[in-house]
Structures are given as C-alpha cells and as structure tokens.
Design a protein around this ligand. Structure first.
Ligand SMILES: Cc1cc2nc3c(=O)[nH]c(=O)nc-3n(C[C@H](O)[C@H](O)[C@H](O)COP(=O)(O)OP(=O)(O)OC[C@H]3O[C@@H](n4cnc5c(N)ncnc54)[C@H](O)[C@@H]3O)c2cc1C
Ligand code: SF4
Length: 333
C-alpha cells in the first residue's frame, strides 16, 4: 500500500509531540515529588517576597520556571506552581518573564499574613517625619530599594528645619540605607547611619558565598549608574565599599536602633550606643529582623549565619544548629 504524502509531515509531528508530552510528564512528576518533599519537611513558607500565580491566567508557557534561577517553581497539571517556597528569594524574575501577567509578587502568606506599613508617595508614614524605604515598605529588590532610599531624601530635604543635631538618622545600611546616604550627600543633609551588623549590604551581606544577584541598572545620586545585571555577592559588596571610599559615607556599625520617641520638632533615636536628636528618621531596616546573638567569640565570622538559605553549601560539613524551635528543626532536616 502506498504511503500517503502527508505522512512525511505527520510522522515527524507525532514523534515531536510524543517526545514533548513525555518530557512534560516527566518534569511534572519531578515537580510533584519536589513539592511533596518540601511539604513533608514543613518547608512551605517563603521567607519574604514571593510569586502568587493566577491559575486562570497561567497558560503553562513555563517562562517563569525557566527564568527562576533558584528552581523555586515547577509545572503541575499544566500550571506554574511554587514548589520550593523556601528557595524563593523574591527578586521577581518570574513575574517579569510571564507573558500573561499571571504572577503577582506578595509578601504575606495565608499562614503568616503580613502587614505592609502605609507610606505616602514621598515615603513618609502617618507619623510626620518618619520615613520608610526598601523591603520594609514592600519593595523587595536591590535596585528599587536603593532608589527608594535616595528618593526619600528628596522629600526629607523639603522638611522645615529645626535645631536638632541631624536632619535625618538613617537606620540600616542595606541597599535602601546606602541609596539614602547618597541622596543625603547630594542634598547636603546632616545625616547619620546606624547599622546593627558589622558590615554594610543588609540582606546581600547574608547571601550565600558567590551567590549571583540579578538586578538591573539604576541611577543613584552622586555616583551615577549602578550598572550591574548579574553580579556575585562579593563583587556587589566591593562596589558599595568602593562608594564609601569615594564619598566618605560614615556608618556606625554594631549600633542597633532601639526606639524612636517624638521630641520638639523632631525625634530622639535611642540606639545600643547613644541617643541622637534628629529632624527625621528613615527606617531602611528590611524585613529580616534582628537575630538574637549568643555573644560568643567568633560569632562575627562569615561561617556563622542566622538563616539557612542554601543547605547545599554545607554538604559534608559539620554544622551546629543552635536553638530548639521550628526554624532550628527545619534547618536540621
Ligand atoms: C538570598 C537572597 C537573594 C536575593 N537575591 C536578590 C537578587 O538577585 N536581586 C534582587 O534585586 N534582590 C535580591 N534579594 C532581595 C534583596 O536583597 C532585598 O530586597 C534588599 O536587600 C532589600 O534592601 P533593604 O535595604 O530594604 O533591606 P536589607 O537589605 O534587609 O537591609 C536592612 C539593614 O538594616 C539593618 N537593621 C535592621 N534593623 C536594625 C536596627 N534596629 N538597627 C540598626 N540596623 C538595623 C540590617 O542589619 C540590614 O543591614 C535577595 C534576597 C535574599 C535573602
Ligand atoms: S521571585 Fe525569583 S526566586 Fe522567587 S520564584 Fe520568582 S524568579 Fe524564582
């Protein structure tokens, strides 16, 4: 029997389709296994900003899965799903890659909830003179946090002056606090930065070794463009340190802000070291909180961490987990 002409096209088409469906089924099976593993280990809560995928809009293109450098997403029943919630670091590459706008980045989860403080477009809270920038205000990205910090200074410079020691006390030396310091220099504000850690960088300082950060170019005051797209943690910290050298930004390390009270036409900021009178305060403290320290020698070494981000880097090493609560048990597992 003669083979019909269309078979020349049909046979390869069937072959390609079978291959595609088989591959998709295999990858869906893998996603289900990974998701069940995460659930059985109780690793179901993303730490911070994370994607919520609208199943109605999602067409299962897989663009978000390919864009995610942390393997946090997978495909199940033809829809993208956050299968490894604790892997998600919230830089939003998935949302940017989705052709359907099916992904929203949110902080809160059903279990945990999350209140985002209310700030006006000038980054001022309902307490006049107290400003918020960066991740604390709901913006979980390096470049956006840095530019929000700088923009907050555009508002602070317009405040009516007072006889305080400072125009602004900046709390936190992460991207938002550093952007704010540059803004303060540009506007010739009398500023002070307090940082509870031994280094600048905020969350970046806590990334695993050699971690690649994905960002986009952003223009900052005084120094011009932060031109990185992909850059390892160490290089990024080096870049910020270079800026400190160039601009003379002074940071009070190891100094934790403890409370802020209204005073005259401004505030008194009480820290672990001192008290400062200031016209305004910028809270650039992120969302990672303040880890309780043991107060033992060696605690400042880079091998001591307060959050388990990438368990793989500790494979075949002896690790001590300090604590006996839920997070300690999760980390040990
Ligand atoms: C593992 C990981 C990977 C990430 N990867 C990317 C990425 O690739 N691209 C991207 O754009 N974003 C990434 N992010 C998110 C990004 O790092 C954060 O959005 C950004 O650092 C937020 O900046 P921030 O200045 O608002 O807060 P933070 O970076 O959290 O800085 C806050 C600072 O305030 C200090 N502080 C807090 N409380 C006090 C206090 N009471 N007194 C004094 N100091 C205080 C903290 O010690 C900290 O240094 C990642 C996050 C994580 C955890
Ligand atoms: S926010 Fe980043 S880490 Fe989280 S799922 Fe999207 S691409 Fe992956």
């Amino acid at each position: 029997m003669p083979i019909p002409d269309y078979a020349i096209y049909l046979i390869p088409l069937i072959f390609i389709l079978t291959f595609y469906v088989g591959r998709r089924k295999k990858s869906e099976k893998k996603s289900v296994i990974q998701m069940n593993e995460a659930i059985s280990q109780g690793l179901t809560e993303p730490a911070s900003l994370h994607p919520v995928i609208d199943p109605v809009r999602c067409l299962g293109s897989g663009s978000c899965i390919r864009a995610c450098p942390e393997q946090a997403l997978g495909m199940i029943k033809g829809k993208a799903v956050l299968i490894n919630p604790t892997h998600c670091i919230g830089h939003g590459a998935c949302a940017a890659a989705c052709p359907q706008d099916a992904i929203t980045l949110v902080f809160g989860t059903e279990k945990r909830g999350m209140d985002i403080p209310q700030v006006d477009p000038a980054f001022e809270t309902n307490v006049k003179g107290i400003f918020i920038a960066g991740e604390l205000g709901g913006m979980g990205l390096i470049r956006k946090s840095a530019s929000q910090g700088a923009q907050a200074m555009d508002s602070i410079v317009k405040l009516k002056g007072s006889a305080n020691d400072y125009d602004v006390v900046i709390v936190g030396a992460g991207p938002a606090g550093m952007g704010a310091a540059l803004g303060a220099i540009q506007h010739k504000l009398r500023y002070l930065i307090v940082e509870q850690e031994v280094s600048l960088g905020g969350a970046i300082f806590q990334y695993p070794r050699n971690k690649i950060a994905m960002t986009a170019p952003v223009k900052l005051p005084v120094v011009g463009e932060m031109h990185f797209k992909e850059v390892c943690k160490e290089k990024l910290l080096e870049w910020w340190l270079g800026i400190i050298e160039k601009t003379g930004i002074k940071i009070n390390y190891n100094e934790r802000m403890e409370n802020v009270t209204p005073y005259d036409n401004g505030f008194i900021v009480k820290t672990s070291q001192s008290e400062y009178k200031t016209r305004s305060v910028l809270l650039a403290i992120g969302r990672r909180g303040t880890p309780r320290k043991l107060g033992v020698p060696g605690e400042e070494l880079p091998k001591v961490v307060y959050r388990l981000i990438d368990p793989e880097q500790y494979r075949n090493m002896h690790v001590i987990v300090v604590g006996g609560g839920d997070s300690a048990v999760e980390a040990a597992m």
